[in-house]
Design a protein around this ligand. Sequence first.
Ligand SMILES: C[S@@+](CC[C@H](N)C(=O)[O-])C[C@H]1O[C@@H](n2cnc3c(N)ncnc32)[C@H](O)[C@@H]1O
Length: 346
Amino acid sequence: MAEHLSQSELDYPFKLLEYINGFRVSQVIFSACDLGVFDLFLRSPTPLSAEAVARELGASEGGTERLLDVLAGFHILEVEVVEGKALYSGTDVSNLYLSKAGAKSLYDMIVYFSQTIYPLWGSLADAIRERKNEHETNIESEDLFKAAYRSDEEMLKFMGFMNSTWVIDGHDVVTAFDLSPFNTIIILGGCSGALAREVTREYPAATVTVLDSSAVLQAAREHFLQADDTIQFQEGDFCAGEIPPADLYVLPRIIHDWKEDMVVQLLQKIHGSCKPGGGILIVEALLFENKRGPVTTQIFSLNMLVQTGGQEHPPSHYCRMMATAGFHGVQVRRTGKCYDAILGIK
Ligand SMILES: C[S@@+](CC[C@H](N)C(=O)[O-])C[C@H]1O[C@@H](n2cnc3c(N)ncnc32)[C@H](O)[C@@H]1O
């Protein structure tokens, strides 16, 4: 018997059935977000019947009731049956994370998963067979962002998704190491500036600049700028163009997009621009060395195959690539959340 399976799992494969059913679990949450269920509960001062929810959302009562029941089964909503009538209400989790207006809303992430990632994953087996598909997976690195940003709408969705992650992981990754010795910090491929804002919040004395393409920065200025922003935006191309000098380069979710030879070239280029005593902070989800997880990161790695041709790595791979590029004293910190931090010094 496999040592990690109990006899009851072998007699009846609960976990296996749960995994097989996973796509339906995702769709329940995607659909509830799409319908506006969580925002309705956030706004409602009192519990609501399925009939009232259906009326507000312009949906069928029967379908709404079944959806609300599953969400209550997930403990994402509360339900109370009073004199035979079910009344539903939001929870801290649905209000905070799932409503569009929630303080830590993951709504944009959910929209991106539902509208972009979910259809792509229908081609997972083809991506593993190394067959190109209609979504241009396994594309060469230079075409990567042309494909990710195939329309303005798609680019905004992607940027919204990127933003959502740092709402929940940002503080942990920027405090994994003490970054206060670094005065000038450039976030390479910093997108809408979500992680840069976490850096300025934690290290207000630092000058923080986001470097990204002109199209992304234009969208960042139009859609993601905050009134109290102190971050600077600089248009640039870290592959084809110059990398400005700085004390610290932060690379959040950049390395995992590229194949290893491209990564080493980029790290060498950064090493050339980095001030002596400065450093590089790579922010990625780290695999375990023993290949036993974390499952979320293993799934991210498959996602990179489907979407970009890149992959996630264990710490030893990052240490090797950073050392090849000339960085020393490489330290790795796992945050316990999805994203971790690796610091190297010039
Ligand atoms: C996977 S996204 C990560 C975004 C952001 N760092 C985050 O984690 O939220 C990669 C980012 O790098 C930018 N990028 C890719 N290649 C680039 C290049 N050659 N020069 C500048 N930015 C680039 C993309 O526009 C995109 O914003």
